[in-house]
Design a protein around this ligand. Structure first.
Ligand SMILES: Nc1ncnc2c1ncn2[C@@H]1O[C@H](COP(=O)(O)OP(=O)(O)O)[C@@H](O)[C@H]1O
Ligand SMILES: [Mg+2]
Length: 238
């Protein structure tokens, strides 16, 4: 049987102001999958993925490679779950691209040589080799997004979780990024309401609406169901 990377059982979560963002969400992600997480604004997508590396926690059960997310293994979890935020400015804070991509490996205690190798490899995977000495803040939005992805790839994560990768990109930037994401040899969860991107990258699609899983199946079937897409604010019924 295929290995379970993420196992979520009956996860509910409310923000301190009382807003109930997730209701009894159950979801399993298997090794090697590329899964789209789609749904209207406010559906709970970002809230859900923030649980995958322990930024948010709640009483529901989440396991990462069979282990619970707790204080004891938080550092390990964060090296295994590469979470890329929607806005790269939330991820990039160092004076150079090298420093940002090296941050995780240094924090994990890699040797200087291992740090250098993992940074080179991560930048190569996103097509940003040669940008090591540049300031992240002076890059284009497409370049920033790639570097943000490299900052998590440098730790060789088991799973890449990426929030709205195509937001703010022009069509060329979007298709370039799709090619980069397609080439990465890693299990992926991609949050998006860009159905073109979903179709290009994900065999499986999960629809989240009002904090609940409304559908979970093959992308090809879900995208063909215009009535369902429209019901969840994802397309106009044709
Ligand atoms: N920090 C927060 N405090 C209170 N409510 C929040 C916070 N972040 C998100 N929410 C609420 O939780 C719900 C889910 O939000 P979110 O996970 O951001 O949805 P999505 O990413 O699908 O657009 C929304 O109703 C949103 O207003
Ligand atoms: Mg969101």
């Amino acid at each position: 049987m295929t290995e379970e990377i993420v196992t979520i059982k009956d996860l509910s979560f409310g923000y301190p102001d009382g807003r109930q963002a997730l209701n009894d969400v159950s979801l399993t992600i298997y090794r090697g999958e590329s899964v789209a997480l789609v749904g209207p604004n406010g559906a709970g997508k970002s809230t859900l993925i923030l649980h995958l590396n322990g930024v948010l926690r709640s009483n529901g059960s989440i396991r990462l490679l069979g282990k619970p997310i707790d204080d004891k293994n938080l550092k390990w979890i964060r090296s295994k779950v590469g979470l890329v935020f929607q806005n790269p400015d939330d991820q990039l804070f160092s004076p150079t691209v090298f420093d940002d991509v090296a941050f995780g490996p240094i924090n994990m205690g890699y040797s200087d040589e291992e740090v250098r190798q993992s940074v080179n490899h991560a930048l190569e995977m996103v097509g940003m080799e040669g940008f090591e000495k540049r300031s992240p803040h002076h890059l284009s939005i497409g370049e920033k997004k790639r570097v943000a992805i490299a900052t998590v790839l440098s730790m060789s994560p088991e799973i890449l979780v990426i929030d709205e990768p195509s937001s703010n990109l022009d069509p060329r930037g979007k298709w370039d990024l799709i090619e980069v994401l397609k080439s990465l040899p890693v299990t992926r969860v991609i949050v998006s309401h860009d159905l073109e991107l979903v179709e290009a990258l994900c065999q499986r699609t999960v629809i989240l609406d009002r904090g609940q899983v409304a559908a979970d199946g093959l992308t090809i079937d879900i995208l063909a169901n215009k009535k369902m897409l429209s019901k969840h604010g994802l397309a106009i019924a044709g």
